[in-house]
Write a protein that binds this ligand. Sequence first.
Ligand code: BGC
Length: 268
Amino acid sequence: MSKKIAFGIDIGGSGIKGAPVDLTTGEFAEERTRIPTPDPSTPEAVAEVLYELVDTYDLPADAPIGVAFPAPIHHGTVRFIANLDPSWTGVDIPALIHRTTGRAAIAVNDADAAGIAELRYGAARDADGVVLVSTLGTGIGSALFADGVLLPNTELGHLEIDGHDAEKRAAESARDRENLSWDEWAERLQRYFAVVEDLLSPDLVVVGGGVSKKHDKFLPKLHLRAPIVPAQLRNAAGIVGAAALAADSAGGQTGAGAQSTRGQSTGD
Ligand code: BGC
C-alpha cells in the first residue's frame, strides 16, 4: 500500500508550522518546520511564510494542502479574528494561497482541525456520542462532534461567562499573562467547562493545546460529569487534522463543512 500524504499547516499567534502527514498513521512523514509568525501578522506577510514553508518540501504539484487557522472559517473565508491582525477578516484563505503559491488548498478552523485529528488518530479515536475537543492556547478553541460528525466553527471560547469573553479569563495565555497558579487557573477552567457542559452535555471532553502535555497539573483538579482527558496529538493536531481534511477534499468531500470525521483517510 503506498503512503497517503497530505501537507498540513497550522497558523498560530507565535508560530506557523507545517509538515507532510502520513494519513495512514496520522504521523508526520517528514520533520515539521516552524517559522515565527510575522509581526504584524497581516495576510500578505503570513502568505509569504506559507510560500516559504511549502517550498521547504519536495511536494508533488497536486499534493493536498490544508491550513488550520485561528478563526471561524466559513467556506474558506475568515469571519472574524481575535488573535491575529484584524485585516484577516473577510480574507478568502484558499484564494490567498493560490495567488501566493499557485497551489490549491483548503482552510479550516484550527480547533476543528485538531478535533478531527483527535477523533481519527488520538484521544477520541472513533468515539461516538457528543465529543468536545477544547484547545487551550492564546485563545480557547472548540470542536464539537456528534457521532463523529463535526459541527464546524462553534467558537465556544467566546462564550460570555460572568461578564467576560471566556478565553480572556481561561486560555493558557491568561495563565501566563496574569501569572496564575495551577490552582487559580484550574478554578477558571472549572467555571468554563461547567458552563459548556451544562449547555452541551458532552459524553467526552478532550483538552488539547501545548499545555496539555502538563495535564497532570490541572486536569485532575477539574470535575465534570463527563470524562475529561488530555489530547494525544497535542501541538501536532492542527497540522494533522488540516492535512486529513485536505485529503478528504481532494477525494471529493467538502473542506470544512459538517462532515464525518471517519472520512476517507482511514482504512484504504
Ligand atoms: C478563535 C477561534 C480559535 C481559538 C483557538 C479563538 O480566539 O476565535 O477561532 O479556534 O481562538 O485558536
